[in-house]
Design a binder for this molecule. Structure first.
Ligand SMILES: Cc1cc2nc3c(=O)[nH]c(=O)nc-3n(C[C@H](O)[C@H](O)[C@H](O)COP(=O)(O)O)c2cc1C
Length: 314
């Protein structure tokens, strides 16, 4: 099984999306796998001259890295399009590569298509496509409305499988590894099922579940930028404040109101997390009488959150 991965993330192998792609591959158990980091290739934009259709059929006039990629795309049994969502589309460098597929098709109008199409120049009936992508919003739902029809057109509707995941930035956060690893395990299972004939409905439903509930994710995401919200948006926010806000976002309201006071002894800073029936809020002044006060070095909290130290240790 010849597998070609077209990694469209400009971050190369540091890509969040590639966590999913690697988990899928791991489950599928394929061994002949090649990854092309599109960012490292020399693939220019299409000139729109149609020479590859009339003057030099099947061959592009641009002399760059695309000819080699096209040769691999013809023989691959599985092509995995792995990319982050950019402006509700594919990243520009990957779009260049998509456009440069033109030599793979013939200029004639294909019969039996709803809105028009071109027949393939080569026999690629053995080939399958996978679309694996992460995006930055809390859900993939609604955010791929421009991308999906594009793949429907050039891969063929229902002829490819898509794994789309919101909250993509979380895959590279070591503090959240417990949750992201559980999701990656589902992706791994999807890979195994795909290789055995198709992803089961139960696995697909699990893949569609958000990593965290929307409100939790959005609070964590807002705090992750390291800048204050609102009037002070151009002022870098204190790191321990961000950390406390992210920690607070993970608390689930359980109907009991509490005030947790954190005093970070090594940096001499105090925060209160107000847990209400609606959610959580971090305050830095006008403190309320606390339910629990925790005095611990900030550095220790960081280590616990990265799983470097167990919080259960006595
Ligand atoms: C220029 C740019 C545009 C983006 N546009 C969107 C978008 O339209 N919708 C979305 O949900 N996320 C968007 N994102 C967030 C990325 O899709 C998200 O961070 C993704 O997980 C990055 O994956 P990667 O690490 O594989 O590159 C955008 C990010 C950048 C840098």
């Amino acid at each position: 099984m010849e597998v070609l991965i077209l990694n469209g993330s400009p971050k190369g192998d540091k890509s969040n999306t590639m966590y999913l792609t690697r988990a899928f591959l791991n489950g599928a158990g394929w061994d002949d796998v090649e990854v092309i980091d599109v960012i490292k290739t020399n693939v220019k934009g299409c000139l729109g001259c149609f020479s590859c259709w009339n003057k030099t059929p099947g061959k592009c006039v641009i002399n760059d890295g695309m000819a080699e990629i096209l040769a691999k795309m013809i023989t691959a049994d599985v092509i995995i399009w792995s990319f982050p969502l950019y402006y509700f589309g594919v990243p520009g460098r990957l779009k260049n590569l998509i456009d440069r597929q033109l030599p793979l098709s013939l200029p004639f109008m294909a019969e039996g298509t709803e809105s028009g199409g071109h027949p393939m120049r080569y026999d690629v009936t053995h080939q399958k496509h996978l679309v694996i992508s992460t995006c930055g919003f809390w859900t993939s739902k609604g955010n791929y409305d421009a991308v999906i029809p594009m793949f429907d057109h050039f891969c063929g509707k229902d002829k490819y499988t898509a794994v789309l995941c919101g909250q993509g930035e979380l895959f590279s956060v070591p503090e959240l590894k417990g949750r992201t690893d559980a999701y990656l395990e589902t992706v791994r299972r999807a890979g195994a099922e795909y290789a055995a004939g198709g992803i089961r409905a139960g696995t697909q439903a699990k893949l569609a579940e958000p990593l965290y509930p929307r409100d939790v994710f959005e609070k964590m995401a807002d705090a992750s930028w390291g800048i204050a919200k609102g009037e002070n948006a151009d002022v870098p926010a204190d790191e321990s404040h961000n950390f406390t806000t992210q920690m607070a976002a993970l608390y689930r309201p359980d109907g009991v109101e509490r005030v947790l006071e954190f005093h970070y002894t090594d940096i001499d800073k105090t925060y209160q997390i107000l847990l209400t029936k609606q959610g959580s809020e971090v305050i830095t002044e006008n403190f309320k009488p606390y339910t629990t006060r925790i005095e611990t070095p900030y550095s220790l909290w960081r280590s616990i959150s990265r799983n470097e130290i167990s919080s259960n240790r006595n």
